[in-house]
Design a protein around this ligand. Sequence first.
Ligand code: TYM
Length: 346
Amino acid sequence: MVGFLIFATMKKEIVVSGIRPTGFLHLGNYFGAMRNYVRMQDSYDCYFFVANWHSLTTHPDTKQLQQAVHRVIAENVACGLDPNKVSLYVQSDIPEIAELYLYLNMLAYKGELEKTTTFKDKVRLQPDNINAGLLTYPVLQAADILIQRAVKVPVGKDQEQHLEMARNFAERFNYRYGNVLPLPYAFNYGGELIKILSLDGNGKMSKSENQMNTIYLADDDEQIRKKIMKAKTDQGPATTNSLKPDYIENLFTLLKVVSAEDVVAKFEHDFNASSEGNCIIRYGDLKKQLAADMITFIQPIREQAAAIQNNSQLLKQIMQQGAEKARINAQATLTQVRQAIGMHYY
Ligand code: TYM
């Protein structure tokens, strides 16, 4: 009994998160997701994966997909993930996800799927390819999470609705078949989920849209400098201690991560002390400082990611090792799921 209690208290909470291989990773992916992955790897039982099945919903050129999958693995490791601490794998290496997806599809309703924000966006963006995979995208995402029995899912703000749907599907499963699936919650250190805006202030940073206003982890020094120096600002606050417009807040968010505390404090002070006719904050200086610190931050990630991406032996080892661990855990869930449904006939 004592042994069981010690084991039970030692067991770490399970964490899952995924990234689609649909383009180069950017600061939104880093601050919304990967930075949390790295912080969580010591305290949680972590499963992080490349969501290659999800990316098929937009019909990419599958010849380029292999390179994109390798790139996501390489960039995650370059950002600080240790493949010996976490399980880092490719979604299609875990066929158990597809079986759970099938069961969950019977518990997901057409009306709620059609109302999902990401589905409505895609209907607008690709009216000629509104396939069933796109409609059931949140169901597959729920299967990714529930198959590992995750309770925390580090994601950016844009994934909040998908997490709510994953909880709904899990609750419906548990109600119908018995209590098998823990309920997962979106997670960010500090509570609030993050949304990094595009540098022109229009929408969020994204892998495929608005590339001139998105900073990628693969950008070279000059690209980083150019993009930041063009970022949207204005003539300064009208009154002291004003609320920051979202595009200015976004620059401060980035500054807080890559610059020294006293640098951030100086610009915060200058902003708060500024008013119409007495503009103390110099956005040109802020952007110069941000560009210099961002270059220092991204350079080693870019270089290490490129080195890992060229090391096919290492990539293979990481993906195989990750999939092996993830499959064992997934199989345990699927056994319970099948038992709960009553799927054993001989
Ligand atoms: P994806 O590939 O679009 O993005 C990967 C992660 O990056 C976060 N993110 C952002 N965070 C803040 N600001 C931004 N501008 C920004 N852009 C992207 C996303 O929130 C995400 O955490 N559907 C998912 C992939 C997925 C998944 C899962 C995630 C599939 N199965 C299971 C978690 C759990 C997606 O398309 O992420």
